[in-house]
Design a binder for this molecule. Structure first.
Ligand code: ATP
Length: 210
């Protein structure tokens, strides 16, 4: 059974924390690939600083050195708000009922899961894997706690195509795109993004605030 990781985000810009999360999840769950899916227009936040195409370009530069990471632009193809449930339906149509889809997210994203459009149906289409981020504890919100119940063993992603809930404790880097944007705005450059990404940002004078 093909096991596909799905990692959505704004990626404004992609940083080493995102890349490490994708690589660690790929290794610890033995995923065939991880698809990084930039969102067109995130439902829960303000418009990104960069255009969709710029964010997509930075992602494709970033993944060049990583085998098994793939950039997937399907949310950018649609000129509307991105909803994960719709993306999962599209992925199911493409990969079929037998593929295992693994929706991965950091603990910070998970703590708002119960505000996502049709969130209770996500697990019918994919497994959910939550990775702890150093500064974000898991939610204590009653709705999510009762929905989570007992986490499953990580092998579930190889045993069935969807439905599992897995917690992965990993040594994730304390980085956010917000921090990276602030560093770039000050004109200092950032150590938290791959070199190819930093070079392109510099050449194009992105995030300078001008
Ligand atoms: P921002 O600071 O603009 O909110 P962000 O760094 O949190 O951005 P997003 O693109 O919004 O990045 O996040 C996409 C996904 O990446 C989310 O699931 C989030 O939990 C995860 N993520 C972000 N930063 C890290 C990190 N340092 N380690 C692991 N996962 C991360």
């Amino acid at each position: 059974m093909k096991v596909i990781g799905i990692f959505g985000g704004t990626f404004d810009p992609v940083h080493n924390g995102h890349l490490q999360m994708a690589v660690e999840a790929k290794q610890s769950l033995s995923l065939d690939e991880v698809r990084l899916i930039p969102c067109h227009q995130p439902p829960h936040r303000d418009m990104p600083t960069l255009t969709s195409l710029q964010r997509l370009h930075l992602l494709s530069l970033a993944i060049r050195e990583y085998e098994g990471l793939v950039v997937d632009d399907r949310e950018l193809q649609q000129d509307q708000t991105s909803y994960t449930i719709k993306t999962l339906h599209l992925l199911r149509e493409e990969f079929g009922d037998q593929a295992s889809l693994v929706l991965m997210m950091g603990a910070d994203a998970f703590s708002g899961l119960d505000t996502w459009y049709q969130w209770q149906s996500l697990r019918e289409l994919a497994h959910i894997v939550v990775m702890s981020r150093p500064d974000s504890p898991l939610p204590t919100n009653e709705t999510l706690l009762s929905w989570m119940q007992e986490p499953d063993e990580r092998n579930i992603v190889h045993d069935q195509p969807a439905g599992g809930f897995v917690l992965l404790q990993q040594s994730l880097l304390p980085i956010s795109s917000t921090q990276v944007r602030a560093e770039l705005k000050k004109g200092r450059g950032s150590q938290q993004i791959p070199e190819s990404v930093a070079r392109y940002i510099k050449e194009q004078r992105l995030y300078t605030g001008k």
